[in-house]
Design a protein around this ligand. Structure first.
Ligand SMILES: NC(=O)c1ccc[n+]([C@@H]2O[C@H](COP(=O)([O-])OP(=O)(O)OC[C@H]3O[C@@H](n4cnc5c(N)ncnc54)[C@H](OP(=O)(O)O)[C@@H]3O)[C@@H](O)[C@H]2O)c1
Length: 249
């Protein structure tokens, strides 16, 4: 595969390393702030010859980057988080463009297996009212958005499968949570690549499910798998579509 990397920060560089191990070729690196990148802007020229583009930049540039890549008719793997409040708009752009885009809040295979486990665990807990549920996520001190996209995905899964919870609260609570509120808290500091925990808690015991990323390499590897899968497709996809394919063919 010939790939363009949009954003040449920690993730962009990790994907470059992983790509060469897999025999994929990075033909373009695009970043207005990195002097090491080949191009400063997303244009037809900087995307020329790319089978797909992989984007890991900053939340505030996400929507503009998506639009530009779609205008150039290049399939897009979107790893940047913090923009999904605009997901309806993005789906419409993808539909109009006739190009494929895949977004994942977390490209790690382990996290996606974790999503399936949490979903199943939540279905098992559903009839047992004595268990309350909550979550935490921990990330390095340089992460710019909060809560993490992965926490939002987990929150969504929990609300979908647990009828006694109807709203996700991610901000600090200076009051008691209401029974129907699901609290998901964020912690920032150190060099943690990403830890997510879901707790089912009763007066008698606590059941904790934790995913702990060890390095960013898992995200890079997953984004390359996604780029390979999206070739020849049209429309808006998420990691769930890719996982369904990996699990069930
Ligand atoms: N989906 C996943 O699996 C996953 C995994 C890890 C991280 N992420 C997300 O990916 C994003 C990047 O993470 P990171 O750790 O790689 O951050 P990072 O090291 O800060 O890298 C982001 C890079 O993109 C650059 N950039 C900013 N605006 C840009 C634009 N308009 N066009 C091109 N490049 C631009 C940044 O420049 P400046 O530093 O000068 O701003 C930086 O070089 C974050 O949203 C993070 O949450 C997702």
């Amino acid at each position: 595969m010939k790939l363009a990397l949009i954003g040449y920060g920690q993730m962009g560089k990790m994907i470059e390393n992983c790509a060469s191990e897999r025999g994929d070729e990075i033909i373009s690196t695009i970043d207005p702030y990195s002097p090491q990148a080949k191009f400063p802007q997303i244009t037809a020229e900087s995307l020329a010859g790319a089978d797909a583009a992989i984007c890991f930049t900053q939340p505030d540039s996400a929507l503009e980057n998506i639009q530009k890549v779609l205008q150039c008719k290049v399939p897009l793997i979107m790893g940047t988080t913090g923009w999904t409040h605009q997901i309806k708009q993005v789906r419409a752009w993808v539909q109009e463009s006739g190009v494929a885009m895949l977004y994942s809040s977390n490209f790690s295979l382990g996290v996606n297996l974790f999503f399936r486990m949490v979903e199943e665990a939540t279905r098992i807990i559903e009839p047992f009212d004595l268990y309350d549920v909550m979550g935490t996520e921990w990330h390095h001190r340089l992460k710019k958005d909060s809560p993490s996209g992965t926490a939002l995905t987990l929150g969504g899964l929990l609300l979908e499968n647990l009828s006694r919870k109807t709203s996700l609260v991610t901000e600090r609570l200076d009051r008691q949570p209401k029974a129907e509120e699901l609290h998901f808290a964020s912690v920032r500091g150190g060099a943690i690549p990403g830890t997510h925990q879901v707790l089912f808690d009763s007066e008698f015991d606590s059941i904790e499910l934790t995913h702990r990323a060890r390095t960013r390499k898992g995200f890079a590897y997953g984004s390359l798998l996604a780029a390979n899968w999206i070739l020849g497709k049209k429309g808006f996809f998420t990691e769930k579509d890719l996982m369904d394919h990996l699990l069930y063919g």
